[in-house]
Write a protein that binds this ligand. Structure first.
Ligand SMILES: Nc1ncnc2c1ncn2[C@@H]1O[C@H](COP(=O)(O)OP(=O)(O)OP(=O)(O)O)[C@@H](O)[C@H]1O
Ligand SMILES: C[C@@](O)(CCO)CC(=O)[O-]
Length: 199
């Protein structure tokens, strides 16, 4: 039998930055060791996190986030998030949120000079909460602006004039859950693999 190999996505993917912003403000809250989080686009009341229960991953961020080994913040922080980007409409609101939040937290704790590679890592980790297994294309585009081509797991920044076609970005105003869609594709792949085994 002839061997058939299919890889998806098999072609290049292009992501493009849009001219809408997510803003995250981080400030200290004195000695209180909790985080007061205001998600202005989602809830009227702030969410208060006490950090009593240490997150499994906190060791990685002890220095960056000034966390105690216990997982507590060393001082309280207030985080205010507001965004111009429609949430859950395929326009990368979670990537913008992840990058803005990571940059704001690292800048708050380290001062103005932030190691960009740390922003990249933290933002990708944050994006995992929203997407499960993000490729990093969205956060990479948010960080670098312009357009990014993803091919075989490698991201390359390009300029609009490098393209010989136009891109039209539309907000369909149809909310949907990207994590659910990605999981659906993963499940379809499993079914396809099972079907191939059965053949
Ligand atoms: N401004 C915001 N405030 C609070 N949470 C936000 C904000 N923007 C994005 N989010 C979080 O991101 C989730 C949406 O992520 P999701 O990946 O489903 O959609 P998207 O990023 O807008 O679209 P896509 O990833 O398909 O381009 C929201 O449910 C919320 O948890
Ligand atoms: C699911 C995705 O392709 C589109 C969501 O904006 C993001 C990613 O590459 O992980």
């Amino acid at each position: 039998m002839t061997e058939v190999v299919c890889t998806a996505p098999g072609k290049k993917a292009i992501a493009c930055a849009i001219d809408l912003k997510t803003t995250v403000k981080v400030s200290s809250l004195g000695k209180l060791r909790n985080a007061e989080i205001h998600l202005l686009d989602l809830t009227a009341d702030p969410v208060i996190l006490s950090f009593d229960a240490a997150e499994p991953n906190h060791e990685k961020y002890e220095n960056d986030m000034k966390l105690h080994p216990s997982g507590h913040f060393r001082c309280g922080i207030k985080i205010i998030v507001s965004s111009e980007i429609p949430i859950g409409s395929g326009l990368g609101s979670s990537a913008a949120f992840s990058v803005a939040l990571s940059t704001a937290l690292l800048t708050h704790h380290h001062g103005d000079i932030v190691d960009q590679s740390k922003v990249t890592l933290l933002a990708r980790e944050a994006e995992q909460f929203f997407h499960g297994r993000p490729s990093g294309l969205d956060t990479s585009t948010v960080e670098n602006g312009g357009m990014t081509v993803a091919e075989s797991g490698v991201f390359r920044k390009i300029h609009g004039h490098d393209l010989d076609f136009n891109i039209l970005i539309i907000n369909t105003a149809l909310p949907r859950d990207t994590k659910y869609m990605v999981n659906k594709v993963a499940k379809s792949l499993q079914v396809a693999q099972f079907a191939i085994i059965m053949i």
